[in-house]
Design a protein around this ligand. Structure first.
Ligand code: HSE
Length: 427
């Protein structure tokens, strides 16, 4: 029986779950892949931390980088995280020393994926990163294998479990932002530093990887990114009244031969498929030819879902065959131009908290007309006690640069009581 020696580097909640899974499912994995997975070594930042794992003394590496040098290691599983520091050092050295690599590290792949895949290809080893994007949703393997026939024009969806969990709990359970974030951390959904979940960076890394796979391009940094930090319960309630849900969505799309990548909170029609995806679930929608539209959903975060993706990558290596990390050779991947969203058209939701006095509404609508933006709906909710009023405006399609100019101009008005809101609407 062939066997594959594995070193797991990083024993946090994902590494620990994976360690136990491999132990308990060794037999079926061997039968399915015709190769025996052997966890030869492990390494963790804090060796003495209490873990419910049975690790033999001789399984511990003295230093995590040893894994890249030992002859009895074939595959290194990197679960350290972060684009720089130890994770970067480990993965570069592993590939240079002809070890296969499986990683859940989207930040690393989004930043160094092009360089890393060149080394992997040159040294004829595999670099697999299914677990870096959407946990239990096997979208990378789907794009590389199941949907290989397709020319893809758009990929979009919900790519961050933590922010989706936060937005849907704020909507359904009436809980505060901080309370829900605390629960997301407890459940192991959020990153150790959850700012990447909240400021859109986590989705941005995932989207860069996906759009590169969809458009056969090198990774591209031209991406508009906005997170959920400024979404308030009031906006969620307003959206509901207007027939929408608010979701943090990522889009990579080809429109009139221009490619855009963008991540931002979005108002999406309540009766749409994506609006119904709640909690830690992720959903990915792909438009392509000849398939038309294809959709996949599942848990996007947490140790169980991530282990499912890691096992898919490990199995692929157990079965053999050297594959191109980004589906086709680095020599063939194109350097495509991605556009700034300034010139792209959107309809949008605005909220202004203003003094309730004569002339304010006409001043606001004046700014809209000066910036070539037509108003579709306007709702005013006065709060008599505070002598202020909430003005909610839904626009027709307008260029993104005009929508931002409106925001900037109205921000300077002395009748404005709080920073205004702009949320794009899905078209
Ligand atoms: N923190 C990520 C999320 C984990 O919430 O989606 C999976 O990448």
């Amino acid at each position: 029986m062939r066997k594959l020696n594995i070193a797991i580097v990083g024993l946090g909640n994902i590494g620990s779950y994976l360690f136990n899974y491999l132990k308990e499912n060794k037999k079926i994995l061997t039968e399915k892949n015709n190769c025996l997975p052997v966890v030869k070594y492990v390494s963790a930042k804090n060796k003495s931390k209490k873990r419910s794992l049975r690790i033999n003394k001789n399984q511990w590496l003295k230093n995590y980088l040893e894994a890249t040098k030992l002859n009895d290691v074939d595959l290194i599983i990197e679960l350290i995280g972060g684009a720089e520091g130890p994770a970067k050092k480990l993965v570069f050295n592993a590939l240079r020393n002809k070890k296969h690599v499986v990683t859940a590290n989207k930040a690393l792949i989004a930043r160094y994926g092009d360089e890393l895949s060149k080394i992997a290809e040159k040294n004829k080893v595999n670099l697999e990163f299914e677990a870096s994007v959407c946990g239990g949703v096997p979208i990378i393997r789907l794009l590389k294998e199941g949907l290989i026939a397709n020319k893809i024009s758009k990929i979009y969806g919900i790519f961050n479990g933590t922010s989706n969990y936060i937005l849907s709990s704020m909507d359904k359970e009436n809980k505060s932002f901080n309370e829900v974030l605390f629960n997301a951390k407890k459940l192991g959904y959020a990153e150790s530093n959850p700012s990447a979940d909240l400021n859109g960076d986590d989705v941005s890394s995932k989207l860069k990887i996906l759009s590169s796979l969809c458009f056969n391009s090198l990774l591209n940094d031209k991406i508009y990114v906005e997170g959920i930090k400024r979404i308030e319960k009031t906006d969620i309630d307003n959206a509901n009244k207007l027939g929408f849900k608010i979701k943090l969505l990522g889009y990579a799309e080809k429109l009139n031969n221009k490619i855009y990548q963008r991540v931002h909170p979005t108002l999406i029609k309540k009766d749409s498929y994506v609006a119904g995806i709640d909690g830690v679930l992720n959903a990915v929608i792909v438009d392509g030819k000849p398939i038309g539209q294809s959709t996949i959903q599942g848990e996007g975060a947490g140790p169980a879902a991530t282990t499912s993706a890691l096992i898919s990558d490990i199995s692929s290596i157990l079965r053999g065959n050297i594959k191109f990390p980004f589906s086709l050779s680095s020599m063939k991947r194109k350097k495509l131009k991605f556009e700034n969203i300034n010139e792209r058209f959107f309809s949008a939701y605005f909220r202004f908290e203003v003094l309730d006095k004569p002339g304010v509404l006409s001043s606001i609508t004046n700014v809209f007309s000066k910036n070539k933006t037509s108003i579709k709906r306007l709702i005013q909710n006065p709060n008599k006690n505070k002598k202020i009023s909430s003005v909610i405006i839904i626009t027709h399609d307008s260029k993104d640069k005009y929508l931002n100019k409106i925001l900037k101009e109205i921000s300077k008005k002395n009748y404005l009581k709080r920073k205004p809101k702009l949320i794009r609407i899905d078209d």
